[in-house]
Design a protein around this ligand. Structure first.
Ligand code: TXA
Ligand code: MG
Length: 314
């Protein structure tokens, strides 16, 4: 790490300890960070994002051993954390009643979401602050998550005290959210770590379906989410007049951008949000049409985000 980077991290840590907001990169998307032990700081996160107060936040930690002060983990958590942490897997656990983490992050639930990001800058910042950081994606609530520092500055620039620039995020899609607060493990948000990968460690996992009212719910499972300003059309074979075509794999002539010309899902995930932002231009297009993406591996998470981006806006 360069001297300049180390100095920025020290500044960021000072701002966070003083109750300010610092956006920082993770391997998934940029997070809008606040000291999770300060209620006033976490309240600023909700205000900056325009986030509904019923939608809880993820608490970021540097290591597994930070969890004991925050939540009540079980064997399933430890086995999965050994396999996937640091990394893009968030656990919803039962909250410790005596934790110093503010209740605001849980938005009234008796659970708490925790994740250890796999990113050197994020980890260095956590170690410098020496406190867990509440950090939702650093975008206005409901819009597309930021995968570059420029995206954060464009949507929240005047509301954050500092943006740490770590370049483009490697994974590009938000973490898998896995609910371990009950007896049956349930995926509340599909992401980079698949149900199969989780199942290989702890056995069968439920897929919580946002359209099924009896399924366990993540308050963040709103039908419309991750939405660009323009209307979206999915499973498009080609563009209709006025549409920007976002291709996947071999593309028809006139495609505006291609998630992955070679049909690689990992590359497509890393490109998705930046390309949606690039095409979200009312001056040039009337809508964004997206070619089909295979429902396999991280393609499941890509399609989840695309369906929400295309859902009727609330
Ligand atoms: O990759 C990520 O997870 C990124 C980076 C910054 O870590 N963060 C992120 O945070 O995507 P956010 O706030 O945009 O999404 C968090 C999701 C929401 O859907 C929220 O409802 C859910 O996690 N969540 C948080 N706490 C929860 C809880 N106690 N119970 C159920 N769902 C929870
Ligand atoms: Mg978000």
């Amino acid at each position: 790490m360069s001297r300049a980077t180390a100095a920025f991290i020290a500044d960021g840590a000072r701002i966070l300890r003083a109750g300010g907001l610092v956006a920082f990169p993770t391997e998934t998307v940029y997070g809008l960070g606040a000291d999770a032990t300060q209620g006033a700081a976490v309240a600023k996160v909700y205000a900056a994002k325009g986030r509904p107060s019923f939608n809880p936040l993820i608490v970021h930690v540097a290591d597994v051993d930070w969890i004991g002060d925050i939540a009540l983990p079980d064997e399933r958590f430890h086995a999965l954390a050994r396999a996937f942490w640091p990394g893009p897997l968030t656990f919803v656990l039962r909250r410790r009643s005596d934790t110093k983490v503010t209740e605001l992050v849980s938005a009234g639930l008796d659970t708490i979401a925790v994740r250890a990001p796999a990113h050197d800058l994020a980890r260095a910042l956590l170690h410098a602050v020496e406190r867990p950081l509440a950090a939702p994606s650093a975008n206005r609530s409901g819009s597309v998550s930021p995968t570059r520092a420029e995206h954060v500055i464009a949507s929240l620039g005047d509301k954050v005290d500092m943006v740490l620039d770590g370049g483009p995020c490697r994974v590009g899609l938000e973490s898998t959210v896995l609910d371990l607060s009950g007896l049956t493990a349930a995926i509340l948000r599909p992401g980079p770590v698949s149900a199969q990968q989780i199942g290989a460690v702890i056995g069968p996992v439920n897929m919580s379906d946002a359209s099924d009212p009896s399924a366990p719910r993540s308050p963040g499972q709103l039908a419309s989410h991750y939405a660009p300003g323009l209307p979206m059309r999915l499973d498009a074979a080609h563009a209709q007049p006025g549409e920007a075509l976002l291709a996947f794999g071999p593309a028809p002539p006139g495609a505006a951008l291609n998630l992955s010309p070679g049909g690689n899902l990992i590359e497509a995930a890393a490109n998705l949000f930046a390309m949606l932002r690039a095409l979200d231009d009312k001056a040039r297009y009337a809508a964004i049409a997206v070619m089909p993406v295979p429902e396999a591996g991280i393609g499941i998470a890509i399609n989840d985000r695309l369906r929400r981006a295309a859902a009727p806006r609330g």
